[in-house]
Design a binder for this molecule. Structure first.
Ligand code: PHE
Length: 453
């Protein structure tokens, strides 16, 4: 039997509500903006294979574990870790893992909001018919003009932070469920239509080969690290988002099945985004390794050429903003839940406090594309932040979660909470969690810093 604890923040209305919210957290800019551009930067197929393996053998077991820990602790990740460590008679400082997650969440949201701001501004660019008939060069200029203007970026970043905090202040359960039920399927339909366009107008097979032909000579430990980091990022793992959502999960929901559904949906969206984008990249002589602007420099070409493209493009960016929004909310929820628990702040106060801090950190990213943009070949503040969070902090968080649950919690607690019996499913999960996930993360870390090679 799962524990009888209840959350002071309330509960999801059903298992489905949790699946939708967690899918809303997982599916976001990571799938549609980041996955294509880092795939392009890292040579395609081989990178995708490593990413898929990481989802299967690290991502899914760690996600199940985060949900399990959250539901057992029923509090913000900081307090959940404190409670569970005490309950299992372990070192009292495990709550620091929750703190690392809170910091990761602030750092990620600070740049996430800036990129979501780009998407927001593209709603209007598309809506005004700016893309109609524009060629790749004109589309490229629209993008460059946007990111080189700090004031505009700042305005969009601010707007996105405000709308995020409004939802967070109202509580993640009201509104979020409805938004996700409607918008996720719509996003999926639009992506499928875009893939259809890429099939008919783009160099579709070249795109497919780029995504799936695994040329293993393109792999280096650095590339493996990025693929692994992205598996954490895209599934919202390693920082407590899924843990805090798990803490609102009704006691009778099956953790295994829900996790599979979420990971499947997330992967599907990423692959569809890749299939839509790369054929357009190749058909227009663009560079797959163009970097963070990739989707903003490719998809508008398609919107500008297809019949009804203005409407279609506008709708696409609206949905992308929604996808980013539902992820952004989950990035800050661990911190907000903690403030409410420990400092008796109202949700509105807690959300505003977190929002202001994140907004300030976001200025670094805003300026890293213009006033403070680094010299050719140097890394910007944005690049550094992205590397630090996705490739170091999230996998480290995942590693520690795997160690805590896999090695320091009693099997009885795990089995009680998972409630999936002691069959093959349980054994496989436990094996992946104890051995494969921690060793894989460790091996990649050590190889990157050159200890093992
Ligand atoms: N998973 C989200 C995305 O793919 C980003 C995210 C990371 C959200 C970590 C929460 C926690 O866009």
């Amino acid at each position: 039997m799962p524990t009888e604890r209840t959350s002071i923040h309330g509960q999801w209305s059903s298992r489905l509500a949790f699946v939708l919210a967690a899918t809303g957290s997982a599916v976001g800019l990571g799938n549609i903006w980041k996955f294509p551009y880092i795939t392009g930067e890292n040579g395609g197929g081989a990178f995708v294979v490593v990413y898929l393996i990481c989802i299967a053998v690290i991502g899914i077991p760690v996600m199940m574990t985060e949900v399990l820990l959250g539901r057992r602790g029923r509090q913000s990740p900081i307090n959940t870790m404190r409670t569970l460590a005490a309950e299992e008679g372990r070192w009292p400082y495990w709550h620091l893992l929750g703190w690392m997650g809170v910091i990761s969440g602030f750092l990620i949201l600070s740049y996430y909001s800036v990129i979501a701001g780009w998407a927001l501004s593209y709603v209007f660019r598309s809506g005004s018919g700016m893309f109609v008939g524009a060629d790749a060069e004109a589309i490229g200029n629209i993008f460059t003009n946007l990111i080189s203007d700090p004031e505009r970026l700042l305005a969009w970043h601010t707007l996105f932070m405000v709308i995020t905090m409004v939802v967070v202040a109202r509580g993640v359960k009201s509104g979020l469920e409805k938004a996700v039920t409607l918008l996720m399927p719509a996003l999926l339909v639009l992506l499928v239509l875009l893939v259809g366009y890429a099939m008919s107008q783009g160099e579709f097979m070249r795109g497919v080969h780029f995504l799936f032909d695994a040329d293993m000579s393109k792999l280096s430990w650095q590339v493996v690290l990025i693929a692994m980091g992205h598996a954490f990022f895209t599934l919202s793992l390693g920082m407590g988002s899924i843990m805090v959502y798990g803490s609102y999960l009704p006691a009778d929901a099956s953790i295994g099945k829900t996790t599979f559904a979420i990971a499947f949906a997330d992967t599907l969206v990423a692959i569809l985004a890749g299939l839509a984008i790369f054929p357009i990249v190749f058909a227009n002589g663009l560079e797959p390794a163009a970097g963070p602007g990739l989707i903003f420099q490719t998809l508008p070409i398609a919107f500008g050429q297809m019949p009804g493209g203005t409407l279609f493009g506008t709708l696409f960016f609206v949905l992308l903003v929604f996808a980013a929004w539902t992820s952004a909310i989950s990035l800050i929820e661990p911190a907000v839940a903690w403030l409410v628990e420990n400092h008796s702040l109202s949700r509105a106060m807690a959300a505003s406090t977190c929002g202001i801090i994140t907004w300030l950190v976001g200025l670094g990213t805003v300026f890293s594309f213009n006033l403070l943009s680094p010299a050719e070949g140097k890394t910007s503040f944005f690049d550094m932040l992205d590397f630090l969070t996705s490739n170091i902090m999230l996998p480290l968080g995942g590693l520690l979660i795997a160690i805590f649950a896999g090695w320091l919690m009693s099997e009885k607690s795990l089995q009680d909470e998972l409630a999936m019996g002691h069959g093959i499913g349980y054994k496989l999960w436990h094996f992946l969690l104890r051995y494969i996930a921690p060793l894989a993360v460790l091996a990649v870390f050590l190889n990157v810093i050159g200890v093992l090679v």
